[in-house]
Write a protein that binds this ligand. Structure first.
Ligand code: NAG
Ligand code: NAG
Ligand code: NAG
Length: 206
């Protein structure tokens, strides 16, 4: 167990890190603004996941804008531009529709990966018991962050979507996010991190 002083030092180091990253963040603003047509409204879905595996295990698989073999049970069949350079586009089939997404920002650091993109409008069918769903455009930002001294990874996904069916939009994105990230973790043999970091980084609470 770590002494109170060590814990305090860690807490101060953490505050330092937080300030540093918010300063960096303000240098790289990401616009998630989407403009919805008439009869379509913007809604958002935010999901987060934490797994017991180093960041690198995830980003080795998720670090290419042109390769989403791990995401949404689909594949990229057509691209324009250069992989991981903003302005690049990727396109492919999804549940009876065709998605087309443009990379708007990417930031790769040793402790984090951030990818943001805008998607064009398209119509698809979420499942046999669901009606067709129209997205009138969307934007999505994924962050993968190294936590617990490199032993674990925090992932969060924030998606804004224009649609006339908020409820089904929420269900569709949440299902895609959870099945993709849990599937990826399973592939890696990584378990869900439910609470505290693994013992080494645990502070004495007294
Ligand atoms: C896409 O990524 C997967 C997982 O890392 C890899 O097995 C596959 O070879 C990659 N596909 C291409 C075309 O690079
Ligand atoms: C996707 O959109 C880009 C940019 O508008 C376009 O150049 C590309 O042809 C589109 N891809 C498909 C498959 O429609
Ligand atoms: C992560 O990757 C390292 C290096 O390739 C490997 O040794 C380790 O088993 C992987 N861990 C998990 C949980 O996938």
């Amino acid at each position: 167990m770590l002494s109170t002083i060590t814990c305090r030092a860690l807490a101060i180091a953490f505050v330092g890190l937080t300030l540093t990253s918010s300063v960096q963040g303000s240098n790289h603003p990401i616009s998630n603004d989407i403009v919805c047509p008439t009869n379509s409204r913007v809604s958002f879905v935010h999901n987060s996941y934490t797994y017991n595996a180093p960041l690198r295990n995830f980003t080795d698989i998720t670090g290419s804008f042109f390769n989403i073999s791990w995401y949404a049970d689909t594949a990229v069949t057509s691209t324009t531009g250069t992989d991981n350079v903003p302005g690049a586009t990727r396109s492919g089939p999804f549940a009876g529709g065709v998605f087309n997404e443009t990379l708007t920002a990417i930031e790769k650091r040793s402790d984090a990966l951030l990818i943001s993109y805008h998607g064009k409008g398209f119509t698809f069918t979420p499942g046999p018991s669901y009606p067709a769903l129209r997205f009138d455009g969307y934007s999505e930002t994924m962050r993968f962050e190294s936590i617990c001294g490199g032993k674990a990874t925090y992932i969060d996904v924030l998606t804004y979507t224009c649609s006339d069916n908020q409820r089904l939009t929420y269900t569709a994105w949440s299902t895609v996010h959870s099945s993709s990230f849990d599937g990826l973790a399973q592939t890696l043999g990584a378990t869900i991190l439910a609470g505290d970091c693994p013992q080494e980084a645990h502070c004495d609470k007294h």
